[in-house]
Ligand binder design. Sequence first.
Ligand code: SF4
Ligand code: SF4
Length: 112
Amino acid sequence: MDFGFGLNPSSAIELDKQDLSLYDKLCRIEPTAATCIACGSCSATCTAAGYSGMSVRKLLIGLQRGRSQEVEQMLSHCMLCGKCTMVCPRGINTRRVILTVCRLYDNAEGML
Ligand code: SF4
Ligand code: SF4
């Protein structure tokens, strides 16, 4: 169907071609991660966000889109202070989510 406009190819994300296995595994281990509404409260309160770009919101969106390299870089800036967990309106234990994602990356590297 022609809508008279199209997506810039560099902005298009073909989910069918992305590896979403990390996000699927995360949601099996921490089902609350799937309830994120991307409100940004975690990013607004994050100790590391101001100088590193760390954000649980971006981390979850990155995993949903198969951007595992971006997520891995972000993880290295988290100080595990837990402030994001205190403000999440969905009650997601974001600190535990971060630790789980770290473990998933460690396991993935062990399988290489
Ligand atoms: S505060 Fe909670 S619901 Fe809001 S973006 Fe962060 S993880 Fe998602
Ligand atoms: S635990 Fe990590 S992501 Fe959460 S506020 Fe602290 S530095 Fe930011």
